[in-house]
Design a protein around this ligand. Structure first.
Ligand code: NI
Length: 390
């Protein structure tokens, strides 16, 4: 039996598993039930050395192959989001206000599918496999991957791979590229302190809303005037709060934003320039200001050789049209990025878009993935471990 036939054969079990995970989503650091179900399934498959409670609810499962060779790590994230599901699916979330809106239910299921396929082919496996079931991917800027790494998730690992469902690609298409695939994501907060006064007596106060507005406007020049136009970067200020009443000069305001890029030098520049712009605005207005800049996830940097290997594997399994080199990276972030700072590997997107249906974006209350991706993802993950050259 080929790996594709074997994967299709376990598809009914995968569908059932995914529906269970989907119906019982748990937010970051609360993945207890999900982890319990993963453990149960791994024990049912058998043959794995399992470690639980890694960095919270993480699980590491090792399978030794029948022949010597490299150790391949495969990763799935397990957490859901604080979103009220509106898909109307018969297996929609039973946990109010929580939903697998980023498709991690599919990731867990595909990795469990790969676990079963690999256990069936243990004798053909050259080397070994480590399955990483990771908590808290959505918990930026902390994330779950660094905790797993601190607990030794990548010890002796030669290459690491992960998949993410992707509504911008057609169903069943695997997409990735060498180098940057997903952006770094930083969070910043700005506090501006002025002095309130009567709205009719601005000269008696220091207007923090005017200073905040100048900050927002001036910050627009960091990307447009200070960064190399051939490099990608975005600074978005998504929250601006200040003032108390229409006829009172605002004594303070608070802003929050994010900076996304693929280039570590631009991260540094953004942090540095935001501070300078804030200082400048404060000098201009007489306010005092404070900037808190938090480094979130770094950018996903695929190893060119491993990205190539992943696409070659997908192409051999599903045909060349199902393995695409994506032209542009995404400004979304992924804490898989940290694994790639320690070991070579590749992260790839698995398309979920169906021609006749609306492709809702990730993190949307309507997002869901077609079940037909499950056996495909499982087969690819398993084959990445089976085909890894020694
Ligand atoms: Ni995600």
């Amino acid at each position: 039996m080929t790996i594709l036939e074997a994967a299709q054969q376990i598809q009914p079990q995968l569908v059932q598993l995914r529906r269970q995970f989907h119906a019982h989503p748990e937010v970051s650091q609360h993945e207890q039930e999900t982890a319990r179900r993963v453990l149960e399934e791994l024990q049912a498959i058998g043959g794995y050395t399992i470690r639980t409670g890694i960095s919270g609810n993480g699980i590491l499962a090792d399978l030794e192959g029948g022949q010597p060779g490299p150790k391949v790590a495969l990763r799935a994230d397990m957490d859901a989001l604080q979103i009220t599901e509106e898909t109307g699916l018969p297996f929609a979330s039973e946990n109010p206000g929580v939903m697998h809106a980023c498709g991690h239910d599919n990731h867990i299921t595909m990795l469990l599918g790969a676990a079963r396929l690999l256990a069936q082919r243990k004798d053909q496996l050259k080397g070994s496999v480590r399955l990483i079931f990771q908590p808290a991917e959505e918990l930026s800027p902390v994330g779950g991957s660094r905790g797993m790494m601190a607990a030794g998730a990548l010890e002796d690992v030669d290459a690491v791979f992960g998949l993410h469902v992707w509504p911008e690609l057609p169903m069943g298409t695997f997409g990735t590229k060498a180098g940057p695939l997903m952006a770094s994501s930083d969070h910043f907060s700005v506090y501006i302190d002025g002095r309130s006064s009567h709205g009719a007596k601005p000269d008696a106060g220091i207007d923090a809303v005017v200073a905040g507005s100048q900050f927002v406007t001036a910050a627009q020049t960091i990307v447009s005037r200070n960064t190399d136009p051939l490099q990608s970067a975005v600074i978005t200020i998504g929250r601006f709060q200040g003032g108390t009443r229409y006829n009172i000069v605002a004594g303070e305001c608070e802003l929050e934003g994010t900076c996304r890029t693929f280039n570590p030098k631009i991260r540094e520049l953004a942090e540095h320039r935001l501070k300078e712009v804030l200082d400048g605005v404060c000098t201009l207005s007489g306010c005092t200001g404070e900037l808190k800049y938090e480094h979130g996830y770094c950018s996903v940097m695929n190893d060119p050789k491993q990205a190539d290997y992943l696409l070659k594997t997908a192409s051999e399994l599903f045909g060349a049209e199902k393995a695409v080199t994506v032209e542009e990276p995404s400004m979304c972030a992924e804490d898989f990025a940290f694994y790639l700072t320690e070991k070579p590997g590749a992260f790839a997107w698995l398309g979920t878009a169906l021609p006749e249906e609306e492709a809702w974006p990730l993190h949307n209350c309507h997002f869901t993935a077609p079940e037909d991706i499950l056996w495909r993802g499982a087969a690819l993950l398993a084959q990445l471990a089976l085909g890894m050259p020694g």
